[in-house]
Design a protein around this ligand. Sequence first.
Ligand code: FEO
Length: 172
Amino acid sequence: MLSKTIEEALNKQIRIEAESSQVYLAMAVWAEVKGLEGISNFMYDQSDEEREHMLKLVKFVNERGGHALISELNAPNITFNSFQEMFEKLLAHEIFVSESINDLVHISLQEKDYASHNFLQWYVAEQIEEEAVARTILDKINMIGDDKGGLYLFDRDIQQLAVVSAADTPVQ
Ligand code: FEO
């Protein structure tokens, strides 16, 4: 059985994961409108992954006798000045999510909720992976700068990154 404190904290994370899915969906749409299909597909996949992260939490809360809250979401950013800015926001968002997961792990220990603590380890590992992918992409984008040819090639290559990251992070 979940304590009220941990239930509230998990529900807060459910909202963050749902908002993350919307954040990346908006990025996917923007990239698609700009004609960069590879980047767009990568973002659509990211958005789906975030929904999986949310669902995994929803199931966990309900299985442990809590009530998962499906709440109103903040609207995401829908336009960007550049792909560089978009990927900077992606990394910043993942760092924000990692901090939130860390807080959640801390709360689980305070509550002596070792089942939640164990469950959350999957998210700890996932965040390491997601931050690493976001950093790799941003490094590449920073190298490309304003070079249209470089961006075109990157749009093709990002598919590989998407495949690798999806294979490395199975959702149970
Ligand atoms: Fe589920 Fe990318 O945080």
